[in-house]
Design a binder for this molecule. Structure first.
Ligand SMILES: Cc1cc2nc3c(=O)[nH]c(=O)nc-3n(C[C@H](O)[C@H](O)[C@H](O)COP(=O)(O)OP(=O)(O)OC[C@H]3O[C@@H](n4cnc5c(N)ncnc54)[C@H](O)[C@@H]3O)c2cc1C
Length: 405
């Protein structure tokens, strides 16, 4: 029996890489292995939907030599197929298996399928990895109608690029408006207007029910009976957590791998972090599974430190960004129905800066092309500072001065 403890990270992306580095930085001196099904060195996913250019080599999360420098083994092109929690072994699709003293599941999510007839046809795409992005990039260079099923961030970012390339674009959104759940109805309206202004056709309250074609998609049928010719379809209607390994090992799951606020699952051998995991955030007080790059990295960092024996909780305000038509949408914190929305007037054109107050305390802020001001609100949001709605709405009041009382 080898006495050097071995930590195995399953999933080499935002959360897994951050966790492995954090284990080392927190003093863990045993073996660390990151296993990923993909064959590329861990790379950044956010650039995959921003321009659809420069996709020959994906942008690495950390420089190639860093893994070896930190004594981290990278095992690529290898899928973990089973966790044997009795014997603490990890079975690989190569037929090999490894001993692990602790497991971290950072297996992320996969695009949700629509499960409707014709979904197997060619040129019906989803977007999660570099191969998907390359396939989409090729289709964006092809004339014809692009139908996007689902008006989430990925669909909207792809729509923006497609319009800039002159494609005819339709978004089919099941809800009353794209993104209404994230920044709320009023801001979602602004974003929708930006897209319609750029020439995107948005069909709200509709879903696709069938795809027609020979080997490739030619037509999309909607639930109200309307038909649209389509050269390409992008399905971006949410994700499902990759929690099968956890479920098969009897770990508690609930549309996520359920963890405590340190990243431990219901099985002491197995930890989880990133998009696949849910935890009660000390920031929001709610159990949540968040799908943002920055959150996955911070969560991985905290859980990696805990696996090294520390007691760290990720209490940062959730943050995300999205780029559309050369503009950057950013949001810190989390709003809820019932929060008071305060808008600071636009400094130019379509930009906006919005704040949400709960019982007089700042809980979230979002901005379109207002990065400097938004950054100034982050510390206020993190400590739920008491600020006045009048000051927030007044462009003459510097945000850094707020919450000082
Ligand atoms: C196109 C795109 C654009 C995005 N843009 C933004 C953005 O602008 N801003 C933002 O905040 N967020 C963005 N996101 C979301 C962000 O990328 C995710 O939140 C982040 O990648 C989550 O990281 P993760 O490590 O939890 O999981 P993932 O990145 O999903 O990685 C999971 C890894 O686990 C591996 N894996 C799964 N199962 C196994 C197994 N059994 N064996 C071995 N390996 C396995 C997979 O191969 C994968 O590499 C974007 C996502 C996509 C897809």
């Amino acid at each position: 029996m080898n006495s050097t403890p071995h930590h195995v990270v399953i999933g080499g992306s935002a959360a897994g890489v951050a966790a492995a580095l954090s284990m080392r930085a927190s003093g863990f001196q045993g073996r660390i292995s990151i296993i990923d099904a993909g064959t590329d060195e861990p790379y950044e996913r956010p650039p995959l939907s921003k321009t659809f250019e420069d996709l020959t080599a994906p942008r690495p999360i950390i420089p190639a030599g860093t893994y070896a420098q930190h004594g981290i083994d990278l095992i690529l092109g290898t899928q973990v197929v089973k966790l044997d929690e009795q014997h603490h072994r990890v079975a690989l699709d190569t037929g090999d298996d490894l001993h692990a003293d602790a497991i971290l599941l950072t297996t992320g999510v996969s695009p949700r399928r629509l499960d409707i007839p014709g979904e197997h046809l060619g040129n019906i795409l989803t977007l999660r990895d570099i191969h998907d992005a390359r396939a989409m990039s090729q289709r964006l260079d092809t004339a014809g109608h692009l139908m996007i099923i689902g008006g989430g961030f990925i669909g909207l970012e792809a729509a923006a690029v497609a319009r800039r390339k002159g494609l005819d674009v339709t978004i089919v959104e099941a809800l009353p408006m794209p993104l209404a759940g994230v920044p709320g109805t009023q801001l979602a309206q602004n974003l929708q207007q930006m897209h319609t202004h750029e020439g995107v056709r948005i069909l709200n309250g509709r879903t696709a029910t069938r795809f027609h074609g020979g080997t490739e998609v030619e037509e999309v049928l909607l639930d109200n009976g309307t038909r649209f010719e389509a050269a390409t379809v992008l399905v971006g209607c949410g994700v499902i957590p990759n929690d099968r390994l956890a479920r098969d090992a009897g770990v508690h799951t609930d549309n996520s791998i359920v963890t405590d606020d340190h990243g431990r699952t219901s099985n002491r051998w197995i930890w989880a972090a990133g998009d696949v995991a849910s935890y009660v955030s000390p920031y929001t007080g709610r159990r949540q599974r968040i799908e943002h790059w920055d959150v996955a990295q911070r969560h991985g960092t905290a859980v990696g430190a805990n696996m090294a024996g520390l007691q760290v909780v990720n209490s940062d305000a959730p943050y995300f960004w999205s780029d559309q038509y050369g503009k950057r949408l950013q949001m810190y914190g989390r709003r809820s129905a019932g929060d008071q929305l305060v808008m600071r007037p636009a400094s130019s054109g379509e930009d906006f800066l919005a704040f949400w107050l709960r019982e007089g305390r700042l809980v979230a802020a979002a901005g379109l092309d207002r990065p400097r001001e938004l950054r100034a609100t982050k510390p206020l949001i993190e400590r739920h500072a008491v600020v006045s709605a009048v000051d927030l709405a007044d462009p003459a009041v510097p945000l850094r001065r707020l919450g000082k009382a």
